[in-house]
Write a protein that binds this ligand. Structure first.
Ligand code: THU
Length: 131
């Protein structure tokens, strides 16, 4: 699989950082933004949305992926996730990524230093996955 261009990486990271500003996280105060790039060239954003009934919370990555799927755009190329610290996606989000692509380029963006983007991919994050 060929990687996305530097310009696409920058647009995707910027979209994840932008989406993070819309996170609704009054319980954890951990604000997450995500963005997915599809083969059509579209970018879909998502943020974490918490609930007083904690288990109803949705992660930013799944919100972004579900926005793409709901728009009818299923060919996912890359996903960026922005957190304060540059954390990687949780296991549930990794499994959802696996549903919609063989492999996925993943960019970890640290909102405290957005010039530092760590690149990884689903094969590394979730090897030997159930499918
Ligand atoms: N969260 C995400 O949005 N993505 C992840 O991959 C891990 C966790 C959110 C869920 C919750 O709102 C907050 O971060 C703390 O767990």
């Amino acid at each position: 699989m060929t990687g996305i261009t530097t310009e696409q990486q920058q647009r995707l990271a910027a979209a994840a950082l932008d989406s993070r500003h819309r996170a609704y996280a009054p319980y954890s105060n951990f604000f997450v933004g995500a963005a997915v790039l599809t083969e059509q060239g579209a970018i879909f954003e998502g943020c974490n949305i918490e609930n007083a009934s904690f288990g109803l919370t949705i992660c930013a990555e799944r919100a972004a992926i579900f926005a793409a799927i709901a728009a009818g755009d299923q060919q996912l190329m890359a996903l960026a996730v922005a957190t304060d610290g540059g954390y990687s996606p949780c296991g549930a989000c990794r499994q959802v990524m696996a549903e919609f692509c063989d492999d996925l380029q993943v960019l970890l963006v640290d909102s405290a230093d957005s010039s530092r983007i760590v690149q990884t991919r689903l094969d590394e994050l979730l090897p030997l996955r159930f499918s």
